[in-house]
Design a protein around this ligand. Structure first.
Ligand code: GLU
Length: 414
């Protein structure tokens, strides 16, 4: 792969370490590392003011040894081929780690969706769907939501694909319930974060009840993680959005936060808590830190000042490799992204299965199955970390890379 991105370098170094420990054949290792297919599509859009603009969209299909390509697409100004590639590799590892029958892919468009009307976003989404149409399919590549994309966008995606192929809800996951979405998919990434946090506390013979938590990012992942952790007795002392952070040692009123965010589009008017920047919030006292926004926020620079004892990576690639080393030296436990935020793709798998069978499971069933999948992935990772005397991230890579390598060798490559 030609793309370079700091997250890709970090993922590569963990990948190479895992390959060495597992003694994966060199050719197989480089076959798995390289992306299967990368496409860039042009997205023309006539703005509401009549002006024609052109944007770029990407879909990177990294690996499908264990099943169809799977992964979300994001709308964010930083999206480029390299970022999408790093995130696609993480998806291959994530689906392997939670053992759902998928490979890994990722996509995105380099736009700030806040600057577009709903009509414009619909047009952009439909053009993107058409652009990548030749390489997707219900057994080929199944997209999903990611940063700044949501169930409505998935509904437009499904509709555009269905116009050409007939009704095809299984082409995309994270849809609204009304058009074939699954109960519990929307909350699943946040719920998964809470499940692994609870498992980590249990394994350490500690009580999650009463532990203080800071969550960076109050979008789909952060807000659901906050609610699910609070339901398990944790005290959420800090939250944030792009406008800045809010901190209150007594605990944030989460209902109020959601209400303020809904009315105002931002948390900044939440007046019952101290205002501070996103960077300052990360360094405030807490037991558990959940970075649930963008990548690269925990760095070699701020890692020495982080006060949390556990870090649960709700976002993809929030920790740089030098920060990771500092956390290891300081005895701070990090539950890596490919485990901590895998609840989303796991529930996506449940949605896909329901779509293929034209079934719809009740919420309790989705939650129950998610609990089983996330708990067993956590336990397997913990066991691996004990066996190799290593971090949870390195253990997760060992498990995931082994599964992808085994499938690759069994399927053959001639
Ligand atoms: N975007 C989510 C992730 O990074 C979900 C992907 C999916 O459900 O396919 O895991």
């Amino acid at each position: 792969m030609s793309a370079t991105h700091k997250s890709l370098d970090v993922v590569r170094s963990y990948y190479e370490e895992a390959v060495k420990v597992l003694q994966v054949n060199e050719g197989v290792a480089s076959l798995i590392w390289s992306t299967d297919r990368e496409i860039r599509v042009q997205i023309p859009i006539v703005r509401d003011n009549g002006v024609l603009e052109v944007y770029k969209g990407y879909r990177v299909q990294h690996n499908n040894a264990r099943g169809p390509y799977k992964g979300g697409f994001r709308y964010h100004p930083t999206v480029d081929a390299a970022e999408v590639t790093a995130l696609a590799v993480l998806m291959t590892l994530k689906t392997a780690l939670v053992d759902v029958p998928f490979g890994g892919a990722k996509g995105g468009i380099a736009i700030d969706p806040k600057k577009f009307s709903q009509r414009e976003l619909e047009q952009i989404t439909r053009r993107f769907t058409n652009g990548i149409m030749p390489v997707i399919g219900i057994y080929e590549d199944i997209p999903a939501p990611d940063v700044n994309t949501n169930p409505q966008i998935m509904a437009w995606f499904m509709d555009e694909y269905s116009r050409k192929h007939g009704y095809s809800p299984a082409i995309v996951t994270g849809k609204p319930i009304e058009v074939g979405g699954s109960q519990g998919r929307n909350e699943a990434t946040g719920l998964g974060v809470a499940i692994v946090t609870e498992q980590l506390c249990k394994t350490l013979k500690q009580d999650l009840k009463g532990k203080t938590v800071i969550i960076q990012g109050y979008g789909n992942v952060g807000s659901n993680a906050a609610r699910c952790l609070a339901e398990r007795g944790a005290i959420i002392v800090g939250i944030s959005d792009v406008g800045g952070g809010k901190y209150s040692p007594k605990g944030i009123d989460l209902e109020k936060a959601l209400q303020v965010q809904k009315e105002d589009g931002s948390l900044q008017k939440l007046d019952s808590a101290e205002s501070l920047t996103n960077e300052q919030l990360l360094e405030k006292p807490c037991d558990i830190l959940v970075p649930a926004a963008l990548d690269g926020v925990l760095t070699g620079e701020n890692a020495p000042r982080i006060q949390a004892k556990m870090i649960i990576e709700g976002a993809n690639a929030p920790t740089t490799d030098d920060a990771d080393q500092i956390f290891e030296q300081r005895g701070i436990l990090v539950v890596p992204d490919i485990l901590a935020n895998a609840g989303g793709v796991t529930a996506s798998y449940f949605e896909w299965v329901q779509n293929l069978q034209q079934l719809s499971w009740p919420l309790d069933e989705v939650r129950h199955r998610l609990q089983i999948k996330m708990t067993s992935a956590f336990e397997a990772t913990w066991k691996m970390a004990q066996k190799y005397h290593t971090t949870l991230r390195k253990a997760a890579y060992l498990l995931a890379v082994k599964r992808v390598a085994d499938a690759t060798v069994l399927r053959g490559y001639h």
